[in-house]
Ligand binder design. Structure first.
Ligand code: FAD
Length: 411
C-alpha cells in the first residue's frame, strides 16, 4: 500500500445499476465511498430516456421501485421514461398452454415497469452528485487487489491506488475483481443467446408484457412507450446460437416478419427501429459471496437467464440487504471488514438467488424440450396455473419481488 493511496470506508468497483444504487444507499447514510468504473464517464444525461430507446432494458418489480423511490431516484426516472405494465401474457408457442396475470388480480397498482438501463443509471448518477461522501473514479480499471491488516488496497491500471476496509465487486457477470479474489463460480451454459432490439408495432402494446415460448427459446415483447407512442416494444429473444446468427443477419423487413410470426401476430406488423445485437447467456453463481473485506453483489455474484426478468431486481435486493447489514454493523461499532456481518449478508441473499437460478434453469429445460409427454405436461401446467386463483396470486407476488424478509428500504 502506498502512503498516497486515497482512503474511504467502502470501495465499490462497477458503476452499473447495482453498484451505483449501493453508492447512493451508503452515501445518503454518510458512509464515504469510492465508486470505480472502467467506462469513460457518466451516462450521457442529456440523451438517456429522451431520444431513441436504449437497447438494454429491464423489467423492474414494485419492490425495486420502492428502493429507488426511497433514494429519490424513481421520480427522476419518471421524468425521463418508464413504462408501466398491468398485464402479462405467457404462452406456449408450440402448444396450447397459456397463462395471463394482471395487477388487479395481484392486488397491486402495477405488475412492474419497463425501464431503459441508461435511464436508471443516469437518475442514480444525478442523485450521487448530491452526496458529498461519494467520489466517482471513471476510466479506472482494476489491476490488482491486496489484503493487509484489516484493509484492502486496489491498484488501478491507470496508476494510483484506493484503500478501504471493505471492497464490493459490482463489476458484472465476468467480474475481474471476483477473479482477482479467487472466488470460483458454478457455471451453467444455457446453450442460448439473447437477441435484443427495439421495434414499432402496428397495434399499441396496451401495457401488456408478452412472452411466447418458441421451439428455440422464449421471445419477449416488452412495452416501451416513446414520446407518448404506445406502439413501441423492446425485444428479448433467447434462442439457439444458429438462430441468433440468422436473426442478426436479416434485413429489417425480414426480421420484422419473423418477430411478427413469433409473437403470433398479436401486435400486427412489426418494424425494427434499431439494429439487432446478440449476447451469450451463461448462468453463473459465485461459490461464496464474501471473504474478509470483500463482498460480491449483482451480476458479479449471480447472472441469470433473462426469461423472468429478474437479474437487476436480484442485484438491487443484494445491495439493499448489504447496505442494511453494513449500517447495522457500523452502529454497533463493528469493523466494516468483519466477517460476522458479511456472513449475515451472504446468508440472506445466496439462498434466495440460488432458488431463482434453479427455477430459471428448470423453465428453460421444460420449455426447451420437444418430448411429447413434457410438452403436454407444461401445457396442462400453464393452463392449470391460469385457473388456480391462489397459486396464481402467489406466483404474481413472487414475480413482483415479494419474497422472504425484505430489507426496510424495500418495504
Ligand atoms: C438480454 C437481457 C435482458 C435482461 N432483462 C432483464 C429484466 O427484464 N429485468 C431484470 O431485472 N434484469 C434483466 N437483465 C439482467 C440485468 O441487465 C443485469 O442483471 C444487470 O444489468 C446487472 O447489473 P450490474 O450493475 O450487476 O452489472 P453491469 O450492468 O454489467 O455493470 C458492471 C459495471 O462494471 C464495470 N466494470 C467491469 N469490469 C471492470 C473493471 N475491471 N474495473 C472497473 N469497472 C469495471 C463495467 O464498466 C460496468 O459499468 C437482462 C439481461 C440481459 C442480457
Amino acid at each position: 500500500m502506498t502512503p498516497e493511496a486515497a482512503e474511504s470506508d467502502v470501495i465499490i468497483v462497477g458503476a452499473g445499476m447495482v453498484g451505483t444504487a449501493l453508492a447512493c444507499l451508503l452515501g445518503q447514510a454518510g458512509v464515504s465511498v469510492s465508486l470505480v468504473d472502467a467506462r469513460s464517464g457518466p451516462v450521457e444525461a442529456d440523451t438517456a430516456g429522451r431520444g431513441a430507446a436504449d437497447r438494454r432494458v429491464s423489467a423492474l418489480t414494485p419492490v425495486s421501485q420502492r428502493l429507488l423511490e426511497g433514494l429519490g431516484v424513481w421520480e427522476r426516472m419518471q421524468k425521463r421514461r418508464v413504462t408501466p405494465y398491468h398485464h402479462m401474457q405467457v404462452w406456449d408457442g408450440e402448444g396450447s398452454g397459456e397463462v395471463s396475470f394482471s395487477a388487479d388480480q395481484a392486488g397491486l397498482p402495477v405488475l412492474g415497469h419497463i425501464v431503459e438501463n441508461d435511464v436508471v443509471v443516469a437518475a442514480l448518477e444525478a442523485r450521487l452528485s448530491e452526496l458529498p461522501s461519494v467520489q466517482c473514479h471513471f476510466a479506472a480499471r482494476v489491476a490488482g487487489l491486496e489484503r493487509r491488516s484489516g484493509a484492502s488496497a486496489l491498484t488501478l491500471e491507470e496508476g494510483g491506488s484506493l484503500v478501504a476496509p471493505l471492497v464490493v465487486a459490482a463489476d458484472g457477470a465476468r467480474s475481474p475483481l471476483r477473479e482477482l479474489a479467487g472466488i470460483a463460480t458454478q457455471c451453467g451454459e444455457t446453450g442460448q443467446v439473447a437477441v435484443v432490439t427495439s421495434v414499432r408495432c402496428e397495434r399499441p402494446h396496451g401495457g401488456v408484457a408478452r412472452q411466447a415460448f418458441l421451439a428455440d427459446g422464449p421471445l419477449a415483447f416488452l412495452p416501451l412507450t416513446l414520446q407518448g407512442d404506445a406502439r413501441h416494444c423492446s425485444i428479448v429473444w433467447s434462442t439457439s446460437p444458429a438462430h441468433a446468427e440468422h436473426l442478426v443477419a436479416l434485413s429489417p423487413q425480414a426480421l420484422g416478419a419473423e418477430l411478427e410470426a413469433g409473437i403470433g401476430g398479436h401486435l400486427g406488423a412489426v418494424t425494427p427501429t434499431d439494429r439487432a445485437v446478440s449476447f451469450p447467456l451463461t448462468q453463473r453463481h459465485a461459490e461464496r459471496y464474501t471473504q474478509p473485506g470483500l463482498a460480491l453483489v449483482g451480476d458479479a455474484a449471480h447472472s441469470i437467464h433473462p426469461l423472468a426478468g429478474q437479474g437487476a431486481n436480484l442485484g438491487l435486493m443484494d445491495v439493499a440487504v448489504l447496505a442494511e447489514e453494513l449500517l447495522t454493523a457500523r452502529r454497533r461499532g463493528l469493523a466494516l471488514s468483519d466477517e460476522a456481518w458479511l456472513a449475515r449478508y451472504a446468508r440472506r441473499r445466496r439462498g434466495d438467488n440460488a432458488v431463482m437460478l434453479r427455477l430459471m434453469d428448470a423453465f428453460r429445460v421444460l420449455f426447451g424440450t420437444r418430448q411429447p409427454a413434457l410438452t403436454l405436461a407444461r401445457n396442462l401446467g400453464l393452463s392449470s396455473v391460469d385457473r388456480l386463483g391462489p397459486l396464481k396470486r402467489l406466483l404474481m407476488q413472487q414475480a413482483a419481488g415479494r419474497r422472504g424478509r425484505l430489507p426496510a428500504s424495500c418495504r
